[in-house]
Write a protein that binds this ligand. Structure first.
Ligand code: GAP
Length: 456
């Protein structure tokens, strides 16, 4: 087995990623004209395409490719008892300390040991308060009065929407154990530390799947889902030596978990959690039974109507965090010429074509002599099947660089020969190789290339 990488040594830095993301319309600071809103980000034209494609790819993997997994889109606002039952009101807290002098607030685990021991602020040397628990759930009010009767939370995980619907789904879709429910949606946490761009934010999106199994088979299913989730990232072409498992120790385990592993990714700032695979036991459904008074047992009609509360294996990935991971993973700088100027180097995002925001860009060599019209015509044909872009501005080399930097895997170039013999050039982003093919075969060729794509 290859030795595990200890630190990131690739070409990306968080500064480069943040700046490219803004320059190319992936991610903007929220409310930037007002100085920005901490913990929140906006996804621009390229960002929303990338995010939608990651979500669609995960959705296909989970639902279309698994006969026994169905989808759900539950509301963000849930009955407040949900969060008492789930344990979030009591346990979903971070330990906090405040500086009495400069008023800076710290998560206790981010304060250096010696400062904690002396109770001094690492910023200004002022006195630190005692540690107190800070609940990460955002509270708001529903209805016309702002009193406790209308208290409601923004969901801190999408999972609970699945648990409270599990009986509905068994009944409406005749599900039999083992089965899963998948959901993608927003979650909110009042995070104290929100650095590293979109890595940890107050508003984010999760892609969660809850798999309901018979007690006693949970360890087997837990191991199976660990395998499946690892294979998923392999299929997406993520650099395998940038992925590793991290098992939660007793002090890291969430209040609901019997066992938990994170898939960590080696970001430019180091190894960080990407996705969690959790054995949540029957904790959630048992608690919802107690708090709602409803019988949430599964009735096993194939086994003498045996009744039990299923165990739950959860796979929980951040959608926005996956987006950051894929940009970091795709980021490359490559020397392509020796001309002694900026054109020597290209920045390229080597996205897998199934997630690339634009799949194919159509570029006429010249605007004149009918080439632009022909290129537009080809674009109109290709856009029925692929996300396309059209660019006729500037030198062709520059236009290729722009597409490389946006991660577009294929460019179609239309030149004078195209007018004569109906052929075009297909350029590959990764190798920069170009081949000449008949226009009529483009759609099929691109489709095949996407299917056969392997990250070099
Ligand atoms: N339902 C289980 C659960 O929510 P978690 O480990 O707290 O577990 C799961 O979160 C995933 O959600 C994380 O692995 C991460 O990808 C993403 N995530 C959690 N908090 C986040 C935040 N503040 N900002 C962005 N993504 C976050």
């Amino acid at each position: 087995m290859a030795e595990e990488l200890t630190e990131y040594s690739g070409p990306a830095t968080m500064e480069k990623i943040t700046s490219l993301a803004k320059r190319r319309g992936f991610v903007f600071q929220s409310s930037e004209i007002y100085g920005g809103q901490n913990g929140a980000w906006d996804y621009g034209p390229m960002g929303i395409e990338l995010k939608n494609r990651i979500a669609a790819n995960w959705w296909k993997e989970m639902t279309q490719l698994h006969d026994e997994i169905v989808g759900l889109d539950a509301a963000i606002l849930m009955h407040p008892r949900t969060w008492e039952a789930s344990g979030h009101v009591e346990n979903f807290t971070d330990p906090l300390v405040d500086c009495k002098k400069c008023k800076t607030r710290f998560r206790e685990d981010m304060v250096p040991e010696e400062n904690l021991a002396k109770k001094t602020c690492p910023e200004c040397g002022g006195e630190l308060t005692d540690t107190r628990k800070f609940n990460l759930m955002f509270k708001t009010h529903i209805g016309p009065t702002e009193d406790n009767a209308g208290l409601i939370y923004l969901r801190p995980e999408t999972a609970q929407g699945i648990y409270v619907n599990y009986k509905n789904i068994i009944q409406s879709n005749r599900m039999k154990i083992p089965f899963g429910i998948a959901q993608i949606g927003k979650a909110f946490r009042n995070e104290i530390v929100t650095k590293n761009f979109i890595f940890r934010t107050c508003e984010f999106e999760q892609m969660e799947m809850q798999y309901f199994v018979k007690p006693g088979t949970d360890v087997e299913w837990f191991n199976e889902w660990k395998k499946r989730r690892w294979a998923y990232y392999e299929k997406l072409g993520v650099k395998i030596d940038h992925l590793r498992w991290h098992q939660h120790g007793p002090d890291e385990l969430a209040h609901y978990a019997k066992d938990a592993y994170d898939i960590q990714y080696l970001f430019p700032m180091g190894w960080r959690e990407l996705e969690g695979v959790h054995n949540r036991t029957n904790y959630d459904l048992t608690r919802h039974t107690e708090f709602s008074g409803k019988d949430l047992q599964y009735i096993d009609q194939d086994n003498n109507n045996d009744r039990y509360i299923p165990f739950i294996i959860e796979t929980s990935a951040g959608l926005t965090r996956t987006l950051l991971m894929l940009i970091c993973d795709a980021y490359d700088e490559e020397k392509v010429a020796d001309k002694g100027n900026d054109d020597d180097w290209r920045t390229v995002l080597r996205f897998h074509p199934v997630v690339a925001p634009v799949t194919v860009a159509i570029l006429p060599l010249m605007k004149k002599d009918g080439l632009a019209e022909l290129a537009q015509d080809i674009r109109n044909e290709l856009k029925e099947d692929f996300a396309t872009d059209y660019d006729q501005a500037g030198a062709i080399g520059r236009r290729y660089r722009r597409q490389d930097e946006a991660g577009t895997p294929f460019c179609v170039t239309v030149d004078y020969q195209s007018k004569d013999d109906g052929t075009v050039t297909l350029r590959y982003r990764d190798s920069m190789e170009q081949i000449r093919i008949p226009r009529a075969g483009l759609t099929e060729k691109i489709r095949q290339e996407i299917k056969a794509y392997k990250r070099k």
